[in-house]
Write a protein of this length. Sequence first.
Length: 110
Amino acid sequence: MDLTSEDAKLVTLARTSRARLGVAQGAAVRDLDGRTYAAATVHLDTLRVSALDLAVAMAVSSGAKGLEAAALVTEGDVPVGLDSVIEFGGAGVTVVVADPAGAVDTVLST
């Protein structure tokens, strides 16, 4: 599946975040100004945050006004939760789901 160069960059950022920590998921989002935010799954005894939710939270806390696109790199059949992307980004946000090697599995739209 062919991605735009900007969406391919999101997949690369998500892959890097995931690999750096050796976790199940990495994610990246692009805001309406073209800035990117990358994150990995957080699993602490007192805190659990999905990679995609954390990337959205980073965009929100940096003052972003919305989202253009997101990428999620996930291992196996880990569920893809899009609630934060939908709430913050609204309709029309492209979400690329890829495997750890970067092969695109699915392209969704909110």
